[in-house]
Design a binder for this molecule. Structure first.
Ligand code: CP
Length: 320
């Protein structure tokens, strides 16, 4: 694996190995007073974010630092991008400054793929990790969601997962649809017709507009944030109608089977796609997803920067 750009590029074995690796990192760190492994000592990870982020940026930084990498955070708003420098020149500059890995978030679909092509050099170029490209993909989010589901439900095979809400603008939905299908789950997208993407028939999913009808038969519900920033000032249905028809409220939570769980990638809009008490319910995995995000990102950085020759991160651990 040279880069992580899309979950569609991952085989079931590769994805499962990343999830196993993430759990090995979690175990290697459990109970330690000092959460520091020497795994990436001497490696430089740069995060480059052209869109806002809390979870993804912070968890990549924590992941890199817990593995002793030098982590440099580049915010587009305070970089020379603000003076008009192109994405291509910025990416090549960061490589020249020593980046072994570039973690990229950008509003344009395909930006991470472009950067991987632009920065390829005689040494192979930096590993590029897509931390969210427009409405396209967010592969590490899907991996941490899969890990959370595996921990709560056991295997993903033949599990039914509903992804609910603003599918049209959601890179999380696309990455999850591919990865969950690869891991053997059945995926149903539940959304108003105006928020279903053109071409969804090419995705490995079913599509429904009726949330109430779907809830009784699912093992997990993944609620999505309504992405107003990608809607040019308005959307249909209205916020009120959306909340009534597609919001996960207490009544709908009660329709779920006892074992079923509720995911949300965050940031969540309480009172819009998810009710206040639902967000804090024991069925909801939101903070587990965040914790798993650190371990998944450790696994991804490890695989891309060290490869598979060192079999276990735990065996490379000497401190703490
Ligand atoms: N889930 C997610 O990508 O959150 P952030 O935008 O806070 O990184």
């Amino acid at each position: 694996m040279r880069h992580l750009l899309s979950t569609a590029d991952l085989s079931a074995d590769e994805a499962t190995e990343l999830l196993d690796e993430a759990e090995r990192f979690e175990q290697a760190l459990t109970g330690r007073e000092v959460r520091k492994l020497p795994t990436l000592r001497g490696r430089t990870v740069m995060t480059v974010f052209y869109e806002n982020s809390t979870r993804t940026r912070v968890s990549f930084e924590v992941a890199g630092k817990w593995m002793s990498a030098d982590v440099i955070n580049v915010s587009a708003s305070s970089s020379s991008a603000g003076k008009g420098e192109s994405l291509r020149d910025t990416a090549k500059t960061l490589r020249a400054a020593g980046a072994d890995a570039l973690v990229v978030r950008h509003p344009a679909s395909g930006a991470a793929q472009q950067i991987a092509e632009w920065t390829a050099d005689a040494d192979g170029g930096p590993a590029v990790i897509n931390a969210g490209d427009g409405m396209h993909e967010h592969p590490t989010q899907a991996l941490l969601d899969a890990l959370t589901l595996r921990q709560r439900l056991g295997s993903l095979r033949d599990r039914r997962v509903a992804i609910v809400g603003d599918i049209l603008h959601s890179r999380v939905a696309r990455s999850n649809a591919h990865l969950l299908a690869t891991l053997g789950a059945e995926v149903v997208l539940v959304a108003p017709p105006t928020l279903v993407p053109v071409g969804v028939e090419q995705w490995p999913v079913q599509v429904s507009t009726d949330l109430d009808a779907e809830l009784a038969g699912v093992d997990a519900v993944m609620m999505l944030r309504v992405q107003a920033e990608r809607m040019n000032g308005g959307f249909f249905p209205s916020a009120r109608e959306y909340s009534v028809r597609y919001g996960l409220n207490d009544r709908r939570l009660a329709l779920l089977d006892d074992h079923a769980v509720v995911l949300h990638p965050g940031p969540m809009l309480r009172g819009m796609e998810i009710g206040w008490s639902v967000a804090d319910s024991p069925k909801t995995t939101i903070l587990e997803q965040v914790r798993n995000g650190v371990h998944v990102r450790m696994a991804v950085l490890f695989r891309l920067l060290v490869g598979t020759e060192d079999s276990s991160p735990a065996t490379t651990s000497t401190s703490g």
